[in-house]
Ligand binder design. Structure first.
Ligand code: ZN
Length: 452
């Protein structure tokens, strides 16, 4: 059988960007290198150096002499998924406020519980969520939350990769404390930003309706001074859009552009209510959008115009959002839902093909959060690899593997996961997290937060 439905695709020769030779080879029945074209290499393998980077992808014959360690795994090897917008410690408040629209959901469902949260709670919430993501094949997440120290500590233990963007929420701060919080995040950046150690740091003002445009601009300047990611909620609900229009006479996108918020790497979460002018502006300034279709549906916020965003040239990544508006961290559900919604709303089965949907959860999502060496298996990229068990009814007869992955696939077929070449999930069990203990902790801590 041919992996992508075409006649045996030619193997891909990748450039070798690292100087180290291969230390380890992972061999699958198929390798999907990623990169948006949906190509699958039959009999493919991935060579990894001892620094955890990919040094070659292709058939074993193409890759040449085997390195010292060869793991014959079978199945499909592909890049780990990238969750471009999450608040993962919200595992502690999973499913809070169901049935409420965004503002009530925040003010009545979520914030009263989060107000009682400690750093230790957040560490456990992140630990459990990180294990949940890794087991689903999500190797990188872009986090917007408080308790940034505890979150990156939890990720160091779980073995995942994170872009941690500490939040600035004026509704939770007293007058004058916003500047202190910005200084705190700058200090955090200098102490913890460590790409080689799987930790990236950015800045995350909550939204234009929570902060002022000038405050957002100041946060952007601090981010741009160190070339860090600027991460903000944008146009999630029609209520929020109208509130900003009434207050300033301009859209939030226009206001952010005017204060220079998009002059460096930037990602805006949701973008449900972006109009044509907003979309073109984001494309022109090179700002990305995190598309969170499941969260937007659950909170009744609407369906983002993702096909129009892509047509305008905006970089889009998929995101789960937090576990109180989803309510899990399984990005495969977004991979399926995004094209289903786009086609259903657009009355067109030809929009958002399967390869594009997969790209929005891998390479494009990585690009959206400022990473160019994640989300694709090619020479020089980090060896963040997942193995999918293809010996399943969902992949039978397996004539069109990429379409099967998107519309019949699921996180439950992910068996093994590597981050920077290190095994972090082996035979469906996370290596760095005791899941039973983490569940017990999050269960008792979550109940304490829920007590009135
Ligand atoms: Zn969010």
């Amino acid at each position: 059988m041919s992996g992508d439905g075409s006649e045996a695709p030619p193997p891909i020769q990748t450039s070798i960007a690292t100087t180290n030779g291969p230390a380890r080879r992972l061999v699958g029945d198929y390798v999907l290198p990623g990169g948006g074209d949906g190509r699958v290499i039959e009999g493919g393998a991935v060579d990894i150096d001892d620094a955890g980077r990919v040094v070659g992808v292709g058939t074993e014959a193409m890759l040449g002499q085997a390195p010292p360690t060869v793991s014959r795994l079978g199945g499909l090897l592909m890049p780990g998924l990238v969750n471009s917008h999450a608040h993962t410690p919200m595992t502690l408040v999973r499913s809070a406020g169901d049935g409420m629209p965004l503002q009530r959901w925040l003010q009545e469902g979520v914030w009263p519980r989060e107000a009682k949260m400690t750093a230790e709670d957040a560490w456990w919430g992140m630990t459990l969520g990180s294990a949940e993501m890794l087991c689903a094949g999500v190797t990188t997440s872009c986090e917007m939350y408080l308790f940034e120290e505890a979150i990156v500590d939890a990720v160091v233990s779980s073995g995942a990769r994170v872009v941690m963007t500490p939040g600035v929420i004026s509704a939770l701060l007293k007058d004058g404390e916003v500047d202190d919080r910005i200084a705190e995040i700058t200090d955090f950046y200098h102490r913890r930003h460590d790409p080689e150690g799987r930790i990236h740091v950015g800045f995350a003002p909550h939204s234009v309706y929570d902060l002022t445009p000038d405050q957002c601009g100041e946060i952007a300047r601090q981010a741009q001074a160190v070339n860090a990611l600027f991460h903000i909620h944008l146009e999630e609900t029609s209520t929020e859009r109208q509130l900003v229009l009434d207050r300033y006479g301009k859209t939030a996108t226009r206001l952010l552009a005017e204060v220079g918020a998009f002059d460096g790497p930037a990602i805006a979460a949701h973008g449900v209510w972006l109009d044509e002018g907003d979309r073109q502006l984001l494309a022109d300034v090179g700002a990305a959008v995190a598309h969170c279709p499941q969260s937007n549906c659950k909170l009744g916020s609407g369906i983002a115009p993702v096909v129009d965003l892509l047509a305008a040239g905006v970089t889009v990544g998929l995101g789960t959002d937090g576990p109180a508006s989803n309510d899990n961290l399984d990005l495969w559900e977004e991979v399926t839902l995004a094209p289903l919604l786009a086609r259903g709303v657009g009355l067109d089965p030809a929009v958002m093909d399967a390869a594009t949907a997969l790209d929005l959860a891998t390479r494009s999502a990585a690009k959206a959060i400022g990473l160019d060496d994640v989300g694709v298996l090619r020479g020089g990229a980090w060896a963040d690899v997942i193995r999918i068990d293809l010996d399943q009814p969902a992949f039978t007869p397996g004539i069109d593997l990429v379409t099967n992955l998107v519309f019949a696939g699921s996180s439950r077929f992910v068996t093994d996961v590597w981050v920077a070449g290190c095994p972090v999930v082996v035979d469906r069990r996370p290596v760095g997290v005791d899941v039973s203990q983490a569940m017990a902790e999050v269960s008792s801590r979550g109940r304490r937060l829920a007590d009135r």
